[in-house]
Design a binder for this molecule. Sequence first.
Ligand SMILES: Nc1nc2c(ncn2[C@@H]2O[C@H](COP(=O)(O)OP(=O)(O)OP(=O)(O)O)[C@@H](O)[C@H]2O)c(=O)[nH]1
Ligand SMILES: [Mg+2]
Length: 384
Amino acid sequence: MPTNVTIDYLKAEDGYHLAENDKERMQALEKMLSAVPKHKGTEKLVLQIKRKIVKLKKEMEIKDAKKSGGKGFNIRKEGAAQLVLVGQPNAGKSTFLKRMTNADVAIGNYPFTTVELTPGMVNINDVQIQLVEVPGVIEGISTGKGMGLQLISSIRSSDALVLVVDGNDNPSRQLNTILNELDLGGIKINRRKPHINIKKRAVGGIEIVGKKHIKGDIKDVKEILMDFRITSARVVIMEDITLTDVQEVLDYSTTYKRAIVLVTKADIAPKGVVESLRNEFKDFKFVLVSAHTGGDTKEIKKLLYEVANIKRIFTKTPREKPAYPPVAMKKNATVMDVAKKVHKAIAKNFKYARVWGKSVKFDSQRVGEDHVPADGDIVEIHIK
Ligand SMILES: Nc1nc2c(ncn2[C@@H]2O[C@H](COP(=O)(O)OP(=O)(O)OP(=O)(O)O)[C@@H](O)[C@H]2O)c(=O)[nH]1
Ligand SMILES: [Mg+2]
C-alpha cells in the first residue's frame, strides 16, 4: 500500500472492494485512477489500476458482444480515407461536417443532437475524404458510458481523427478530457509505438536485452509481464522507455492514431486561444473555424489532407496523357502498390516504371517496383 495516496483514493478503493457488479467496479476503478496524485512515485499504482480497467473492460465487452449478437457499429469506409470527428457534445462537429460535406445533419444548441454515426464526403486535391461525426465524448466513454463502446470502436477502425473543441468553453480542458478518455480506451494520439519487442517463448524465463534503457526497476517490468501471464519471453528494448511504455505495448488493445485539432466558434472564442493551446500541446496542429466566416478553408483542407496520410498518383499509359482523376494511395505506397491498384495483371507483369515529379531527380526517370512516388507524381508502368 503506497503511503502517498489521498483519503479520496482510499474511499474509492473501499468502493472497489464493496462493488457488487462490473459497472460499480469500473466506476470505482475510474475514481481510484482520478484520485491518485500523478507523479513518478505513483506510476506503478497508476499502471496497476489501468491493468485492472483493461481486464474488466475486456470482460464487459465480451458480455456486451454476446448480448448484442456481436453486431458492429462502424460506418462503411468510402473514399481515400476515413476521418472521425471527435469532441464533446455541442462542440460544433455537425456544423463543421455540414459546411465541409453538405451532409444532411441536424445542428442543435443542446448536447447529443447527433446520436448516430453520420458520414459526409469532402473533395480535397481531387481526392474524396470521408468525415464521420460520432456522438459526443464525455468522461467515462472509454468504459462504456454514453455511447462509449460505439465511439471507441469507430475511432479504432478509422484512419485518423479530427478532434473538435469549442474555442469558447475552456478548450484545453476539453482536449485533456478527450485525450484521457482515448488513452483509457487504448488509443494513443500523435505518438508512435515505443521500440520494445516482446517475443513469448515456451521456456527459459524472462530475458531482457537493453536493461539500461528502462526508467524503473527490472522487478517492476517482470511484475507487469506476470500480470499479462508472460513468464517466459525475450524482451528487447531499443530506446529509453518507462514502465508505462512496457504496459502499453503489452496491452492487446493499444492502437496509435494521428489527429489534428479543430478549434470552433472563432467568432465568440477569446483572442489568442489557439496560441495558448499550441503552447500546451506541442505535438498537435490546430486550426480555427467559425460557423459564420468559415475560417481558413485552404488551411483546413491542407491539414485534413495531411492527417489522412495519403497521396495522389496520376497513372499514365505510354504515349498518352496522365489519367484523371488521380488514384489515392497511402503515403508510403510504392510503385508496385500503384500497379496493384491499377490491375492485378499489370502488377504481375511489372517490368519497370517511369516517374515524373518530386520523387525523382529528372522527369521520366526509370525506377524499380520499390520506388516510393511523392504526392502528385505521375507514374507510367511498363510491363513485360
Ligand atoms: N457562435 C457560434 N456558434 C456555433 C459555431 N459552430 C457551432 N455553433 C453552435 O453550437 C451549437 C452546437 O453545434 P453542433 O454543430 O450541433 O455541435 P455538435 O458538436 O454536433 O453537437 P452534438 O451533436 O450535440 O454533440 C449550435 O447551437 C451551433 O449553432 C460557431 O462557429 N460559432
Ligand atoms: Mg452533432
